[in-house]
Design a protein around this ligand. Structure first.
Ligand code: SF4
Length: 65
């Protein structure tokens, strides 16, 4: 599961530019996750996704089964 820590997002657009299938802008110009909470990613994908953000605003959480 991926979340955005809005307090850390500076709206740089890197996540939307590189992964437009996962991220979009909200009404305030900050990043927003557009995939459902149930979307699953493996560890490598989560590492790559979170590494995009220069301010560590993208938070990856493992789903608890
Ligand atoms: Fe915000 Fe990080 Fe995405 Fe830039 S890469 S828009 S700071 S979440």
């Amino acid at each position: 599961m991926i979340e955005i820590e809005k307090d850390n997002c500076i709206g740089c657009g890197a996540c939307q530019a590189l992964l437009s299938d996962i991220f979009e802008f909200d009404d305030e110009g900050l990043a927003k996750v557009k995939v459902p909470e149930t979307a699953s990613f493996n560890d490598l994908e989560l590492k790559e996704i979170t590494s995009i953000c220069p301010t560590d605003a993208i938070i990856a959480k493992k789903k608890v089964l």
